[in-house]
Design a binder for this molecule. Structure first.
Ligand SMILES: N[C@@H](CCC(=O)N[C@@H](CS)C(=O)NCC(=O)O)C(=O)O
Length: 196
């Protein structure tokens, strides 16, 4: 499999998931402004949507969208899958992170965002983080007591909250983030993206 990624972007979640699962993968960096890959390809010919992530499965299929990629990867390895009972909870959580948290960061990445827009986005994200904190009070990881691909995604969101948006996090989420930072797969992925 080949992951098209940009350092520190949401594609880091898929990168971590592959590393945690021990799946064989290669990486190709994408310049999101130029829409060029590091080997000189026009990225829009690979993913016409123009954004990362895109995962080339090796049979000619290009899979896009974090919800689909993180679900696909969980299907490839028990190491990042939920138990059968929690399969739909895993999808629910990935969808929540994608649509309610990931998209909530948009004003922090738009150069023309006003301070009011950032404040409203920060307030909205704080409500999402408060909900996630309640979930972590009941279990070790965000879906269950075992690590899943949803944790890979939430890790990236918490990294953005602290490093890009400078948002305060509930203590339980800070502790969870610090715990995840120690995982070899996360250290490996950060290092491979030049972020350590
Ligand atoms: N719906 C997509 C959104 C992906 C996305 O927001 N990618 C960002 C990086 S985190 C990106 O590539 N932005 C550059 C652009 O849109 O041109 C998904 O969940 O995979």
């Amino acid at each position: 499999m080949k992951l098209y990624y940009a350092p520190g972007a949401c594609s880091l979640a898929d990168h971590i998931a592959m590393a945690e699962a021990g799946l064989p993968y290669t990486l190709e960096k994408v310049d999101l402004e130029e829409k060029r890959t590091e080997t000189g390809s026009d990225y829009t010919t690979i993913n016409p949507k123009g954004y990362v992530p895109a995962l080339a499965l090796g049979d000619g299929t290009i899979l896009t969208e974090n919800i689909a990629i993180l679900s696909y990867l969980a299907d490839q390895s028990e190491k990042i899958a939920a138990s059968p009972d929690n399969r739909w909870k895993l999808l629910e959580t990935i969808a929540f992170i994608s649509t309610e948290v990931h998209k909530g960061f948009k004003p922090f990445f738009m150069p023309d965002s006003t301070d009011e827009a950032k404040k409203a986005a920060g307030d909205n994200l704080a409500r999402r983080f408060a909900y996630l904190e309640t979930q972590l009070a009941e279990r070790d990881y965000i879906v269950s007591d075992s690590f899943t691909s949803a944790d890979c995604y939430l890790f990236v969101m918490l990294m953005w909250a602290q490093k890009k948006a400078r948002l305060p996090l509930p203590d339980a989420l800070t502790r969870y983030f610090d715990r995840l930072t120690q995982r070899p797969s996360i250290r490996q992925a950060l290092s491979e993206e030049g972020l350590d």
